[in-house]
Design a protein around this ligand. Structure first.
Ligand code: OTU
Length: 626
């Protein structure tokens, strides 16, 4: 514990409130009264030494008050209105995610695409990391060299300010990544650590002998086993092994040092004051290391996230927190605060196992794993939402489905292995053109890369019937995501059936990361086709618009309305009930099925067909869309 970290003699935040305008001071004091006890409690659980917690709490409150007082009038007012309507983000939400450069060149270019996003019904835009990244390879920006300075390649601070402003006017919240687990090896904390500064050495997790490394590694899985094997990287200047869960140039932060938490949360709040309205908390699961465990989803992770939420509720309560924990289904609910220590945590969480399971269902033409995932998915707390998606900038990770596969009798996860072969296009009868990620071994399933359109068979279609079936598959997956989610998220290009990154472009990209396969540049020619009837682009785009419209119009699509798997009479059909009045049926087979719903509903689904029904008591079921 560095000596500089001790409680100040006079409470800085109390002083600041005394000197502030009365309306802000009153409001901030109220929020502190409400959040303070929980904040203190979670920090006490995390950090054993009492005086450290007192100092940390003081400094977090001082930072929160400072941010609250500096918040622009517009953001301050937004906070107040959102506080009185905590479900502000729940009705008719549609998300879109893109790399700034691939989507629009730079931040200014994104401003020019706002009308396009609006026409798609988008209310939430997640731009992949746009703060200063490491020189050289940087994991698509996830090796962050500075949390607060915009990456010069993408724009300036002023550009960011203008973009958040323009998005807000259009009713779109900007979501920024906030990489919690690590910083780039050229972040100033890492630079200081390498120079020998002990205060900053204590910002990182390190092992001091090969034996120590081996002891940890025994229990640790590998995220990039092929291109970045192991979880530690030897640093000659430190004579130590730095913990690097992901790439060697991404140094894991040491949250056992309370100063790290203080610095990270303070930086996040400063970014909130730039107008960012949501944070995607990258790699949340990995923050706490405990011997003898796989160092994922530890209780401290949830205590720290709840403490973070409490601080944000004081400084900027209109800002959303989104957990990126790519974990098995049963590990996800705790990120909403539904774990062993209940309490408000994240507003949003990726439903990664539902995403992966929907692809397995497509490959197998059988919904059993998907159905099991839905059965294991609890309702989320009021004011929160599942983020559902078909694809994103990462691979489809298969191993999150191991528990469901195993419970269904597939002890060795052969079904997951087969799905991965199917989408890599190496299984007989496969229509997919993806590629396996982080494994060259035909006996191991890890992940699969590829754009949706390539995975559903659009690029291999020989006939117009093939193409139609492929498009039907794409729409089926999106219809499930839009029916089930509180925040369905579209990945740039999927709304146009955009294909994999072109081979010559792939060659020009830095580094050997297989995920570049699904990181194509924007194709304006495809976008133009979306308004021409009869084109594939028009079909997909207009269907997504229709989903978005429906979600806006019906309260049953609020994010916190429960979604449950209901009995399906066919192994190829997933049947869902949303709230009391909506039902959805999704046929994952290339055969037409006559699915007899419960209540005597006679439903016929075409190959890869679906239907959303409104079933009010006493009136015949009404088809909303199919
Ligand atoms: C996240 O990924 C990001 O989405 C990736 O793009 C980054 O490479 C990574 O963090 C490091 O910052 O497990 O919860 O393809 O699904 O690495 C963190 C594998 C993660 C990703 C996985 C994921």
């Amino acid at each position: 514990m560095p000596s500089t970290f001790s409680a100040p003699k006079v409470s800085a935040w109390r002083m600041a409130l005394m000197n502030a305008s009365p309306d802000r001071a009153d409001e901030l004091a109220k929020r502190i009264a409400k959040q303070g006890p929980l904040l203190q409690n979670r920090l006490n659980r995390t950090y054993s030494e009492g005086d450290q917690v007192e100092a940390l709490t003081e400094q977090l409150l001082a930072a929160a008050v400072d941010i609250g007082l500096k918040r622009s009038q517009e953001l301050w007012d937004l906070d107040l209105s959102r506080q009185s309507k905590p479900d502000w983000h729940q009705q008719g939400a549609v998300g879109y995610t893109a790399y700034v450069d691939h989507f629009a060149g730079n931040l200014r270019g994104v401003v020019d695409r706002i009308d396009y996003l609006k026409s798609l019904g988008v209310t939430y835009l997640h731009l992949l990391p746009f703060f200063k990244a490491a020189e050289g390879p940087n994991d698509g920006g996830f090796a962050v060299a500075n949390f607060e300075v915009v990456e010069p390649r993408l724009g300036t601070q002023a550009d960011l300010q203008q973009l958040t402003q323009a998005l807000r006017t259009a009713g779109i919240s900007l979501c920024s990544d906030f990489v919690l687990n690590h910083v780039a090896h050229d972040h100033e904390w890492a630079v200081e650590a390498r120079k020998g500064n002990p205060e900053f050495q204590n910002f990182f997790c390190m092992a001091h002998s090969q034996a120590e490394v081996d002891a940890w590694e025994k229990n640790l899985p590998q995220i990039f086993p092929d291109t970045a094997p192991g979880n530690f990287t030897y640093q000659p200047s430190l004579k130590a092994w730095v913990w690097t869960t992901f790439y060697p140039y991404q140094w894991d932060l040491n949250y056992a040092n309370p100063k790290v938490f203080l610095e990270v949360v303070s930086a996040m709040m400063r970014v909130a004051n730039m107008g960012v309205e949501a944070f995607r908390l990258d790699s949340t699961a990995f923050l706490w290391k405990r011997e003898g465990t796989n160092c994922q989803n530890q209780p401290e992770v949830h205590w720290l996230l709840q403490a973070m939420r409490a601080v944000m509720e004081i400084a900027c309560p209109g800002v959303l927190l989104k957990a990126e924990a790519i974990m098995p289904t049963h590990q996800l609910p705790p990120y909403f605060g539904l774990g062993d220590t209940p309490g408000p945590e994240c507003h949003l969480a990726y439903h990664s196992s539902m995403m992966a399971a929907s692809w397995v269902a497509l490959a197998e033409e059988n919904v059993s794993i998907l159905q099991a995932v839905m059965q294991n998915t609890p309702a989320v707390p009021e004011g929160s939402s599942w983020l559902t998606y078909v694809r994103c900038h990462d691979d489809i990770g298969w191993n999150v489905l191991r528990p469901e596969a195993q419970a269904l009798g597939d002890a060795n996860h052969q079904r997951l292995l087969k799905a991965s072969h199917f989408f890599a296009g190496i299984a007989p009868g496969s229509y997919a053109q993806g590629a396996s990620f982080q494994t060259t071994d035909l006996l191991t399933a890890h992940g699969t890369n590829g754009m949706t359109s390539a995975l559903v068979g659009m690029s291999t279609a020989q006939t117009s019937i093939d193409l139609q079936l492929a498009v039907d598959r794409l729409i089926l997956l999106q219809s499930l995501s839009f029916f089930t989610g509180g925040l369905p998220l579209l990945y740039m290009g999927d709304e146009l059936g955009m294909g994999n990154t072109a081979a010559e472009v792939l060659e020009s990209r830095q580094g050997p990361d297989g995920r570049e396969l699904h990181r194509p540049d924007w194709q304006e020619a495809l976008a133009q086709l979306r308004t021409q009837e009869g084109t594939v682009q028009h079909r997909i785009f207009s269907k997504l618009q229709a989903f978005a419209e429906l979600r806006k119009s019906l309260p049953a699509f609020q994010g916190d309305v429960s979604v449950q798997a209901i009995e399906s009479k066919q192994p190829t059909v997933l049947a869902l009930q949303r709230g009391t009045e909506l039902k959805g049926f999704f046929n994952f087979s290339r055969q037409k099925v006559d699915q007899l719903g419960d209540d005597g509903l006679a439903i016929t689904l075409k190959p890869y067909g679906f239907v959303w029904l409104q079933t009010c008591v006493g009136t015949p079921a009404r088809t909303l869309i199919d």
